[in-house]
Every structure is written in C-alpha cells, then in structure tokens.
Write a protein that binds this ligand. Structure first.
Ligand code: ADP
Length: 494
C-alpha cells in the first residue's frame, strides 16, 4: 500500500511538473512572440494594432490575459482594455522591471504562470510584454491523475485486504493450525487432529498429517495397552514368584523342624528301646524255666518288637540325616569317585554274592560326594540283595539330559510289580517279605537326596527279568558341553 501511494504521488508530481514546465515554456514563448511583434507598434505608437495583437493572443484558451507595458511599468496595451494606462504595482512585476533585462517567468498564483519578455529595439528597452498562462486545465488534468491514482490506491488496498483475508482464511490459517498440530505432536499429544479449514494443497497436507497422526495415535495406544498388559503380567508373575518363595520358605522351615523332630525323636527313643530289648532278653534268660509257656512267648514278642522298633528308629534316624548338607554348598564332583566309594563300602556284599558290576564313564555332577555315594550304595546294595538264582549283574551308566545327568542302575533281579513302582520310595514301604531283611528306608533316602538337588528318581521293571532305577542330578557346569564317552569299565568280584 505504501509503495502504491508513493508510486501514485510520484506520478502525480511528475505529471504536475511536466504540465507546469510545458505551461511555463508556452507563456515564455508567447511573451517572447508578443515582445517581438510589439516592437513596430510601440515605435510607431500604433496602440490599436497592439490591442489587436493582444486580443488575438487571448483567443488561446491557455492564455488568461496579456499586456504590454513601457519600460517604467505603465500599461500601454492590455487584453482587458480597462486596464490600459494602469501601472504595474505587484512586487514581483516591479522586481522584474528593476532587475536584469531578460525573459523571466514566475508562478503568479495556483492557477496561473506569468512570463515577462523585454521589448528590445537596437539595444534599447522599449517596454515589457507580459503573458499570463492559464493553469486551470493543467490543474484539472493533474486532479484527474491524482484522483485516478487515489482510486487505484484504494482498489489496491481493498484487493490487498481481500487477498490477505482470503490468504489468512485459507493458507495462513491452515498453516497456523498445522504448526500447532506439529507442536502437539512434539509434546506427544496425538489425540487432537488439526482442524481442516481449506480444500487447497495446504488442506490436503493437513489431512495427510491428520492421517499420520491418527495412525501414530493408534500405534501408541496399542503400545500403551501392550505395556500395561506386560506390566500387569510382570507384577502378577512377581506376585506368584513371591508366593512361591514364601511357600518354599515355609516348606523349608517345616521340613527343617520335621527333620529336627524326627532326629530328636528317633535319637531319644533309642535309649528306652535298648532298655526294653536288653531287659526282655535278661527276663528270657533268667526266668525261662520259672515261667509257663505263654509267658515265655509274650516275653519273646516283647523282645522281637523292641528289636524291630530299634531297627525302625535307626532307619528313621538315617532318613532324617540323609541329605543333611552340614552347611557346605554343592560343587562339581567326580561321579566315578563317588561310585568307587560306594563300591568300596559294598566290597564284602559284592564278593559274597559273586556279583558283576559294570560301570560306564560318568560325567561330573553338581552335588555333594557323600550324598552321591549314598545313592549308589543303596541302589547297588539293593541290586545285590534282591536277586534270583542267576549271578547278579549290575550295570551303571549315565546319559546327558539337558542340564541334568540321567543315571541308570540296572540289575537282573526278580523285578518289581508295577503297583509298587511308587510306594517303594516311601519310608518303611517294602515289596518283599521279612525273608529278605530290610527296614524299607534305602529308596526313600535316595528320593530325599535326589529331590534335594532338584532331580527325580523312578523305577522301570520287567517282572522276573530285572529292574532299572533311574535318577537325575544336575550336571557340573564344566561338563555341560562335554559329550558322554561310553567307555566301559568292568568290575567283578572274581
Ligand atoms: P529295603 O531294601 O530295606 O526294604 P528299600 O527302600 O531300599 O528298603 O527298598 C524298598 C523296597 O523296594 C524293597 O523292600 C524291595 O521290595 C524293593 N526293591 C528295592 N530294590 C529292589 C531291586 N533292585 N529289585 C527288586 N526289588 C527291589
């Protein structure tokens, strides 16, 4: 708008200057002409001829009036005859009369420009020719130009306003809303879309931005949902783990107190039982012939019962002690050495039975040597104890099973009925009669030890063919990657 006003003002000013200059040139030319044509009239004092020239001159619409004065400023001819014989009185004219003799022009008023040319004859100033040019037409033209300029400025301002309003309502406003949308995006506030205010390209961009933001929002909601679910799952799992830990701790405490109770009870029971057995034996010996047959039988029952109870109490004591760790931590132990210890303990039984014991190379396990020795001793001891009329053959092997080693102690004994597979691992439960001595605690001790290491024990059997006792123990970490090398070593009593 400012540029427009400046441009129009400049245009008007140039136009005005052009018209003024043209008018000045014209009056100068006319005053020069008048001065030239006035010479003969003045020299001949033909003032009527002079008036004719003046009348002709004012025929031109651009000339307001014209006059001729003598050198002193007295009007000798005038386009307005009534002004003849008047004197020039205005200061500007007087100044020209007294200044250097030459054609001079000056602005007389807003509507007129005046020129004065000296009337010269052979170097003598006869007078002055004065022509006043009319500025009014030019002023009108300038006014038209100015008005037109103002119209154009107004039109330009109005269209500029309309353009800027349209621009603001379409592009600018939409861009502002889009910018606010990107700010919300940077603050991760994806729920509020950008309002669409136009169908232009900017509106299309805003629509695409909304689509992208909506997708992002949906994804974020999905991620939030998944995270909440995961958090709930994690806290649920943590709670379950805590419960399990609490239950484990409670079970450990209960186990420990049960163990202490079993140990204390069996230990304390031994003394009175020994007394009952000893005194019942003493009774038998001293009063055998003094009592009747029934009394002798009763004393015998008391003695047998006490002895049986003694062996049961001892078994209970063994069971309660089994797997007691004396505070030491499990470590990698050489399984073959533990097996050797067990076989040394069983040396007499092996020799007496003439049994053949075959062992494969065994990988190390993560446990206690005494505990592993006890497992082998119980299982191999049973394999030698429960036999048929065949020569006992015991095979010991192992195979890797994930982080565990799976051991097999296989015999060729009488085998076990399927209904006894589980119960024989319970304390005092036997599948054989009293003809084969035993307290029914060996397998329960094995189960207790194995379970203490997180392992399992079970039996598979073919009646009349033999049994295989399986148990698992954690592998020593160093052996996890090692492969089992089945080198057979044979041990035999012979
Ligand atoms: P015990 O041998 O003192 O009776 P165990 O707990 O060691 O106690 O065994 C429980 C029962 O399992 C035994 O009484 C026996 O009936 C059965 N048993 C154990 N080992 C064998 C085996 N190798 N062959 C057949 N039966 C067996």
């Amino acid at each position: 708008m400012v540029l427009m006003i400046a441009f129009v003002s400049d245009l008007v000013e140039r136009q005005r200057k052009f018209l003024t200059d043209r008018a000045k040139e014209r009056v100068v030319l006319q005053s020069d002409l008048l001065a030239a044509s006035a010479v003969p009239q003045i020299t001949t004092e033909d003032y009527s001829g002079l008036n004719e020239v003046l009348e002709t001159l004012v025929q031109d619409k651009a000339v307001r009036y014209a006059l001729v004065t003598d050198a002193a400023g007295k009007v000798i001819g005038h386009s307005d005859i009534s002004k003849v014989n008047h004197w020039l009185v205005d200061p500007e004219s007087i100044r020209i009369l007294h200044s250097k003799v030459k054609t001079t022009q000056f602005i007389e008023s807003e509507q007129s420009v005046k020129a004065a040319s000296p009337i010269l004859n052979q170097g003598e100033t006869l007078g002055w020719a004065w022509v006043a040019g009319d500025f009014r037409d030019d002023a009108k033209a300038i006014a038209v130009v100015r008005r037109t300029g103002i119209y154009y400025v107004l039109i330009a301002v109005a269209s500029g306003l309309v353009f800027s309003i349209v621009l603001s309502n379409t592009i600018t406003k939409q861009l502002r809303l889009l910018l606010a949308g990107t700010e919300r995006l940077s603050r991760n506030e994806l729920g509020e879309p950008v309002r669409i205010t136009t169908d232009t390209e900017v509106g299309t961009v805003a629509r695409a931005f909304n689509d992208a933001m909506r997708k992002l929002h949906e994804q974020q909601l999905e991620v939030d949902r998944a995270r909440h679910e995961l958090e709930a799952e994690v806290s649920e799992r943590r709670r379950a783990e805590e419960e399990l830990q609490n239950a484990n701790r409670a079970m450990e405490t209960a186990n420990e107190s049960l163990q202490r109770f079993a140990y204390a009870a069996s230990h304390d029971l031994q003394e009175p039982l020994r007394a009952v057995a000893n005194y019942s034996e003493l009774l038998t010996r001293r009063y055998r012939n003094k009592l009747d047959e029934d009394a002798n039988d009763f004393i015998g029952y008391i003695h047998d019962g006490a002895v049986r109870m003694q062996s049961m109490v001892k078994a209970l004591l063994d069971y309660s002690r089994a797997g007691a760790r004396d505070g030491s931590k499990p470590a990698a132990i050489d399984t073959a050495e533990a097996l050797d210890d067990a076989l040394k303990n069983l040396q007499t039984a092996v020799e007496d039975s003439g049994a053949k014991v075959e062992t494969h190379k065994l990988l190390p396990v993560h446990a206690h040597r005494v505990a592993v020795t006890q497992i082998f001793q119980n299982l191999i001891g049973n394999a030698i104890k429960y036999t048929t009329d065949r020569r006992p053959v015991v095979k010991i092997s192992s195979v890797a099973d994930g982080g565990f080693l799976k051991f097999a102690v296989q015999d060729n004994g009488p085998g076990i009925a399927e209904r006894d597979y589980e119960r024989i691992f319970t304390i005092f439960k036997r599948a054989h009669g009293a003809d084969i001595p035993g307290a029914g605690v060996g397998l329960s001790i094995c189960a207790k030890i194995v379970q203490g290491y997180g392992g399992k024990i079970w039996v598979e059997s073919q009646k009349g063919e033999g049994s295989t006792f399986w148990f698992t123990l954690p592998r020593a970490r160093s052996s996890i990657t090692q492969e089992l090398d089945p080198v057979t070593r044979e041990r035999s009593s012979s």
